[in-house]
Design a protein around this ligand. Structure first.
Ligand code: SAM
Length: 369
């Protein structure tokens, strides 16, 4: 079964042919081939976003940016209107990537749904609206989600997901998106997800790496590459490996999830691809980096040893590179999901290869009586 097709996920055959793989600017990532356009991009489109929701408890720091007060210092990116705008735009970008879908895992009518580190809560709100029989809970360190919703099946809780979970119910689908900078130990969160999930439930990561790359070498030696390397170094100094998405599949399997699927996709920076979907994504992403680089760099580049003026200079240079159509930068995106097995699966098939997709129905012994 092709899970991404069954759940409306992206098709894999975009611009994919031998000629493009061979061409000078065709770059390939996990079966995708992005073709770069030589001309200058038109100005990026902008989506309408909601109004800023101020966290009732926040701390103001340099440059007038605000950060969460709850568990102060635990998270390093701002929570103010500029950041909220960036998160809303990112939400739109993930919907484009998944061809409108909110999930790639083959979920069917999940009862309780948890969106860990929900940010502005748009994913949770959209999911609740599209799945009215589900009960959707979004959690975050910052209280920047709408408090009075017309959507009765969606609510938000302020919580640190690395603290012990005390939910009175078990979840059928747990979603984590753009969380690579959030947790000191992601395995703790995965373990809690496993323990707080119904058998047959799915967990899904949709995450990027902070490491900017290109598959045609055009980012080599650039200032945007230096920015991303220093961001990686700064986050590591702050106790966050922001390139950890490559381990999610392994960690899910180690925690006991089965049917684990990993797919990688590109988030181009700038509208350089010729493929219309990825051109649009790149265009949105260019707006995203112009809105976001300054805020997300503030604390992280300081931790990498840069002074304020050095950070400002590097951010300006990185943004110039991001807007340069000759530089075909992208962030790799990992979509990784897995299923909590039923007890009979581990009882009757203890040596089951972790990556085997669904069991044929004739081997399905059904629930224990
Ligand atoms: C990059 S944003 C992603 C937001 C959202 N998932 C999305 O895709 O739009 C990361 C969010 O994680 C939250 N966060 C960071 N560490 C957290 C933690 N330990 N527990 C809960 N939320 C956390 C931050 O407050 C922030 O809103």
């Amino acid at each position: 079964m092709n899970n991404s097709q069954s759940s409306g996920g992206p098709s894999q055959n975009i611009d994919l042919n031998e000629e493009q793989h061979m061409s000078q600017f065709g770059i390939s990532i996990n079966g995708f081939c992005l073709q770069a356009e030589g001309n200058n991009p038109s100005s990026p489109g902008r989506i309408a976003t909601g109004s800023t929701i101020s966290d009732p408890d926040f701390v103001s720091e340099e440059g007038g940016r605000t950060f969460q007060y709850y568990k102060q210092g635990k998270y390093f990116l701002p929570n103010d209107g500029v950041e909220q705008n960036r998160l809303d735009l990112q939400h739109e970008m993930f919907r484009i990537l998944l061809d409108g879908a909110l999930a790639a895992a083959p979920i069917v009518n999940p009862g309780y749904v948890l969106d860990i580190a929900t940010g502005t809560g748009l994913w949770a709100i959209d999911f609740a609206e599209e799945n009215q029989a589900s009960r959707v809970i979004g959690t975050d360190l910052s209280k920047i989600q709408p408090s009075r919703l017309d959507i009765p099946n969606c609510s938000f809780i302020r919580e640190d997901s690395e603290d012990p979970w005390v939910f009175p119910w078990k979840f059928d689908y747990i979603h984590l998106r753009q969380v690579c900078t959030c947790f000191a130990d992601t395995k703790v969160v995965i373990k809690q997800a496993f323990d707080n999930m119904n058998e047959g439930g799915w967990i899904e990561f949709q995450d990027s790496s902070v490491q900017i790359m290109s598959l045609d070498g055009t980012t080599q030696g650039t200032r945007i590459e230096r920015w991303s390397q220093l961001m990686g170094r700064g986050l590591m100094a702050l106790g966050r490996d922001a390139n950890k998405a490559r381990f999610y599949k392994q960690w899910l399997e180690e925690a006991g999830f089965v049917d684990v699927v990993e797919n990688k996709y590109p988030f181009p920076i700038g509208p350089w691809p010729t493929n219309p979907k990825f051109k649009k994504l790149g265009s949105y992403n260019l707006t995203n980096v112009h809105e976001g680089f300054s805020g997300i760099s503030l604390k992280v580049l300081a931790a990498a040893g840069l002074s304020g003026p050095e950070t400002d200079e590097l951010v300006t240079q990185a943004l110039e590179d991001a807007s340069n159509p000759q530089i075909h930068a992208l962030w790799p995106i990992w979509i990784v999901y897995g299923r909590k097995p039923f007890p009979w699966e581990t009882k009757y098939f203890p040596a089951r290869p972790p990556n085997l997709r669904m069991w044929p129905s004739e081997y399905h012994p059904g629930p224990a009586t």
